[in-house]
Design a protein around this ligand. Structure first.
Ligand SMILES: [Zn+2]
Length: 375
């Protein structure tokens, strides 16, 4: 990069619409062991200095890590510790790159998702796993299209451990839960967030109702009955909530098959969600960064049909109607050019994942978010 594309200062007039004439001055260069000579610039409007690295996914990084390889390995059930061994760096550096990759994936999804065909039905279901320990189970609610199996959005809720427990487990739970306040109606809140996003992206239209398929969870029914999608219906804007008994066989004929399929894939491909795993997330926000990377890979890289010929493999995004060349160009940029928070239009849940603001109950140490992540 010989010329900077815009000023990185979000408050500057040259941030979103830099003028055609030169708005910057050269300000020498500095040498780095990893990237060699890095040219620096100064904005003539706000006087802020920056370098070519400012616009790279390796901003502030001291070691190069191949983001494509990282994405592939995260999506192949590799744990953080084995990733650190594979890349020859610390677990902290791996998490730092996963966070960067997650922000890049969220930004790419924010550009591509509106291009998907909005006529498909949508399935919503919760993946049940845990963070910190099995005393902190979670419910990761995910919406996915019925035919193309294109993931639209996801959110998180921490729940109280319930079910049968031995006496010492009950005592341990009591000790762990001291001073902790669990969110009331957490699943209902998660489902409402997903409905809000559907309302914005796929509102029901004339002759095209919005059909949502879920299991029979009472929280889903309550959230739907109090949501605008249900309350504001009229002749031309209908939303249907179809429920399926989750005890029915999980075959391809089930209306909930897309959610069941994704659940199976996540359990297979994500080390932190395997059964009886020792690689579980210690912090909710870190786990959600990994999930954002994985779902980006699922939508835009993984073939829709496993049995398709390699030369004919189409991604879930293409099946959802997003042009292949658009996916390719956005993916190419995603691994090279840094996505700026101020220039990315995120929905509220994606914003919380980006800012790592989903709390981990009982964790006293805050999750680290570098300042550059939000410009
Ligand atoms: Zn400026």
């Amino acid at each position: 990069m010989s010329t900077p594309p815009f000023c990185p200062n979000p408050m500057c007039e040259n941030h979103t619409t830099p003028p055609a004439n030169r708005w910057w001055n050269k300000k020498g260069s500095h040498h780095t062991r990893c990237f060699g000579a890095v040219p620096r610039f100064r904005c003539l409007a706000c006087r802020r200095t920056f370098s070519t690295q400012t616009f790279s996914t390796n901003y502030y990084a001291k070691k190069k890590i191949d983001y494509r390889r990282l994405e592939e390995l995260i999506s192949s059930s590799m744990s953080i510790r084995s990733l650190s061994r594979s890349f020859g760096c610390s677990c902290g550096s791996v998490q730092n790159r996963i966070d960067r990759l997650a922000r890049q994936a969220l930004a790419a999804h924010a550009i591509l998702r509106p291009r998907a065909n909005s006529d498909e039905d949508v399935c919503i279901d919760g993946l049940v796993s845990f963070d910190r320990s099995q005393y902190f189970p979670n419910n990761i609610t995910i919406s996915i299209t019925a035919e193309s199996r294109f993931v639209l959005s996801f959110t998180h809720a921490t729940l109280r451990r319930s079910g049968s427990m031995r006496l010492e487990q009950k005592k341990r739970r009591k000790d762990l839960y001291q001073g902790i306040e669990f969110e009331p109606f957490a699943i209902q809140r998660s489902f409402t967030e997903i409905l809000n996003e559907l309302e914005r992206d796929r509102p029901p239209r004339k002759h095209r109702p919005l059909v949502i398929t879920t299991d029979e969870k009472i929280e889903y029914k309550r959230a739907f009955l109090s949501h605008r999608l249900f309350c504001n219906q009229d002749e031309e804007h209908r939303t249907v909530h179809r429920t399926v008994n989750s005890r029915l066989p999980r075959t391809a004929l089930s209306p909930l098959f897309p959610s069941n399929y994704l659940d199976r894939e996540i359990r297979k491909d994500q080390a932190s969600h395997r059964k009886e795993t020792t690689c579980f997330s210690r912090a909710v926000a870190n786990g959600l960064s990994r999930m954002a990377c994985y779902l980006g890979w699922h939508n835009y890289e993984k073939p829709y049909l496993i049995k398709a010929r390699v030369t004919q493999a189409r991604t879930h995004g293409e099946e959802a109607g997003i042009p292949k060349d658009r996916i390719k160009s956005i993916r190419r940029e995603m691994f090279r050019k840094r996505a700026f928070y101020s220039m990315t239009i995120l929905d509220p849940t994606e914003e919380r994942i980006w800012k790592k603001s989903f709390p981990t109950l009982g964790r006293t140490r805050p999750v680290y978010l570098p300042e550059y992540a939000i410009n």
